[in-house]
Design a protein around this ligand. Structure first.
Ligand SMILES: Cc1ncc(COP(=O)(O)O)c(C=O)c1O
Length: 383
């Protein structure tokens, strides 16, 4: 049986060019970047070149890029330090953030008693920007806003320019988890008034266990992990040179192929939508998934007309038919809890039905989509 991968929002296939670069570094450049001899200097050069390249893509200074183990660590670093070191007493976020943000904020709230406000989420997954502004206006304390650029479960895109300009206007720090957008959209940070972002390489065909945070110059942020002087003291621990080089190569290729791959993936998504509508009566698309401007081209969250007693076996059925996709997000697939994102936007009735996230990459084909539609159609007819 052929297997097919529709779970690129969870993690992506690593590009062969990325693997080749990483293997070469593992073989040839195994020196510790902190060592002063030629092996160490060569490893260090790789890291600094990667930092420069990444900074250039994002329109920032190389010194503003700090490598981390991924998106979760970057979110934790920013939020914890903002409260500990920048005098933040109020956090504004939303209930549809990734748990890397949500659980960090909740932990700080329970430890410090800091005020946390949540921006209301509309049925279509977008935020209530008027209510957001009134939260900012009425905030009397130093505030950190943490709102994700693209939602990993429903794909809704934040109006980042608006949020950034409001944060500027009300003198709040702005952090955005951009794990689902960097590598898929050309984000120019020099044009956005933003203090911090979190990024993860494995979402754009790079390796797992590596990411970075952009920390605006002179922000005053301090480390979360203490030890050596790596990353200018922001993040101690021997750098993962092969991962950093792999991430740099993955980002380079993403930018090189951005337009071509976006057009192709968007056409896959549109074909999927059209054929689901044609073949599955009463199918629903969650949030604003079908809106090609305000929702990412990389994913589709579908609510299927399947009875509650059969909902549990649907994902298993897709899996045994070779189709990998996700219920909610992968980070919670090992847990019995439903999606905290869908819980915010769906009616009680729709929450009883199975919602599946299909997420795409350049490696998917139209033929695979035909196969998925057939499997889904047959399952619904038989059940
Ligand atoms: C929006 C978002 N933020 C953060 C993360 C966590 O990133 P990492 O796996 O690199 O820790 C993910 C991964 O699913 C994500 O989708």
């Amino acid at each position: 049986m052929e297997k097919m991968y529709f779970d690129s929002a969870a993690t992506t296939i690593v590009r062969p060019e990325v693997i080749a670069k990483m293997v070469s570094v593992l073989k040839e450049d195994y020196g510790n970047p902190s060592s002063s001899h030629s092996y160490g200097r060569s490893a260090k050069n790789h890291i600094e070149q990667a930092r420069k390249n990444i900074a250039k893509y994002l329109g920032v200074k190389a010194s503003e890029i700090i490598f981390t183990s991924g998106g979760t660590e970057a979110d934790n670093l920013v939020i914890n330090s903002a409260v500990r070191d920048l005098g933040v007493k109020h956090i504004i976020t939303s209930r549809i953030e990734h748990h890397g943000v949500l659980h960090t904020v909740q932990e700080i709230e329970s430890q410090t008693g800091i005020a946390v406000s949540y921006v209301s989420v509309k049925e279509n997954g977008t935020l209530d920007y008027q209510q957001f502004e009134s939260l900012l206006r009425s905030s009397n304390e130093k505030t950190l806003v943490s709102l994700m650029h693209i939602n990993n479960e429903i794909g809704t895109i934040l109006d980042i320019e608006l949020v950034a300009s409001l944060c500027d206007q009300y003198d709040a720090f702005f952090h955005s988890d951009m794990v689902q957008s960097i590598g898929h959209y050309a984000v120019d940070l020099s044009k956005i008034s933003i203090d911090f972002i979190a990024v993860s390489a494995h979402k754009f065909h790079g390796p797992k266990g590596i990411g970075f945070t952009y920390i605006k110059q002179n922000s005053g942020l301090k480390p979360l992990i203490f030890g050596g002087e790596q990353e200018r003291g922001y993040r101690a621990g021997t750098e993962s040179v092969h991962n950093i080089v792999g991430m740099d190569e993955a980002l380079r290729l993403s930018y090189e192929k951005l337009d071509e791959e976006r057009d192709y993936i968007l056409s896959l998504k549109q074909y999927f939508i059209e054929n689901l509508e044609k073949n599955i009566e009463k199918v629903k698309f969650n949030a604003n998934c079908t809106d090609s401007i305000n929702s990412t081209y990389t994913l589709l969250n579908v609510c299927l007309p399947v009875s509650i007693d059969k909902a549990g076996i649907l994902l298993f059925h897709l899996d045994i038919n070779g189709i990998a996709c996700s219920k909610g997000s992968a980070c919670q697939s090992g847990s019995s809890k439903g999606s905290h994102v869908l819980a915010e936007i769906l009616s009680d009735e729709d929450l009883q039905k199975p919602s599946i996230r299909f997420s795409f990459s350049t490696y998917n084909t139209f033929k695979e989509i035909d196969y998925v539609i057939n499997v889904l159609k047959k399952f619904i007819e038989d059940n």
